[in-house]
Design a protein around this ligand. Structure first.
Ligand code: ADE
Length: 369
């Protein structure tokens, strides 16, 4: 009965999402990676652009790291982009261009854990395997009226309930119920197709299920950021390639001779591992002397904050005007402030870029007025 009610409701109310049309194993994997820690509404435009840019495993496997990061830019949790890219290379290499349908083999792909393997095996290949994400955990916790069900318990319950005739739809229907009806706050129990079977509703404990996990302590960090402004090319090196490239194979439209004109601003590439690996950012104020850049710190721009999973970062940008721009040090690049969208900049850095452009516009107005 549970299956029937859930699937009937899903058939009537399912959202028309782009990854539910023209499904291929590849498109299912892309959508599941993007949805791992991000809301459906945010994912939709990224998913569409991604499939236009990288329509299949081969095109993704053949892309550069930078091209991949640029397409993912703004979606956050960039490790997912790197894992998806590495997965595409494995599919094209080890698996001959075809995604395996066995959940165990799927789990050998980077970034594919138990949930994603279950979602992909059921949705793309019709295998009867459960897929328990955060939404499903909440639905089951309420259904069973258990505050903190173990992963094993959740897996067993989901495996017991799943419809072997429509396993992919069943899994998606559970996720959908959690996202649209059985929501964390103000669940719409009156609109729930399985209301009669809900243990927490009967016991009056819906609001307490699942029990809230202990909140992780969020570390606060502050960064003094140098927004370097170089007004003119270095006279001793006027023909050198200022900006762009950065030695990573390019993909930057303002590289070298692409965009004439100044000012330029300095970007640095983050290390290949760790938080925001391989992305670009404005350098730390404290790093300028080591780079041989001297300038007078000018006005401070507004602080920019960004919440990472266990980190709340405040960036305090300050304009530093420097003498003519020398060729960039290793892993650094001179970028055109109007073309920062061509760089893989994390969201907070894009905001600093916008503050820089605003400041430059104000400067121009002051200079001409
Ligand atoms: N969240 C994770 N996978 C999903 C899917 N296929 N549809 C909607 N939300 C999801």
């Amino acid at each position: 009965m549970f299956r029937r009610r859930l699937l009937d409701h899903f058939d009537r109310c399912r959202r028309d999402l782009p990854w539910r049309r023209d499904r291929t194993p590849y498109s299912v994997v892309v959508s599941e990676f993007m949805l791992q820690q991000t809301r459906v509404e945010t994912v939709i435009p990224y998913y569409r652009r991604w499939l236009t840019r990288f329509p299949d495993w081969r095109s993704l496997a053949g892309a550069s790291d930078n091209e991949v990061l640029l397409e993912w830019k703004g979606l956050g949790y960039y490790g997912r982009a790197r894992n998806l890219h590495r997965s595409a290379k494995m599919v094209c290499g080890r698996f001959g261009g075809r995604l395996p349908d066995d959940p165990r083999q799927l789990r050998s792909l980077p970034g594919v854990g138990e949930y994603t393997a279950g979602a992909v095996a059921s949705i793309a290949f019709g295998q009867t395997v459960p897929a328990v994400d955060g939404n499903v955990r909440r639905v089951l916790s309420r259904l069973l009226d258990v505050g903190d069900p173990t992963p094993a318990r959740l897996r067993d319950e989901a495996a017991r309930l799943i419809d072997p005739d429509r396993p992919g739809d069943f899994n998606e229907a559970l996720m959908e119920l959690g996202a649209t009806v059985c929501t964390p706050r103000s669940p719409r129990c009156d609109a729930c197709p399985v209301e009669e079977e809900c243990g927490a509703l009967a016991a009056g404990t819906v609001a307490e299920r699942p029990s809230r996990s202990v909140r992780r302590r969020v570390r606060r960090v502050e960064y003094a950021v140098a927004v370097v402004v170089a007004e003119a090319p270095c006279p001793s090196d006027a023909a050198a390639s200022h900006g762009g490239g950065g030695g990573d194979g390019g993909g930057h439209g303002d590289g070298g001779t692409g965009t004439p004109g100044y000012p330029r601003t300095l970007l640095v590439k983050r290390p290949p591992t760790g938080l925001l690996a391989g992305m670009w950012e404005f350098p730390a104020l404290a790093a300028l002397p080591d780079l041989g850049l001297t300038g007078t710190p000018g006005p401070r721009l507004d602080p920019v904050t960004h919440a990472f999973t266990h980190l709340r970062a405040t960036y305090r940008p300050v304009i530093v005007r420097v003498a003519p721009a020398a060729p960039p040090p290793a892993d650094h690049a001179w970028a055109h402030p109007d073309h920062l969208d061509e760089w893989a900049l994390p969201v907070a850095q894009q905001k600093i870029g916008a503050l820089l452009r605003e400041w430059l516009r104000g400067n121009r107005r002051r200079a001409s007025g």
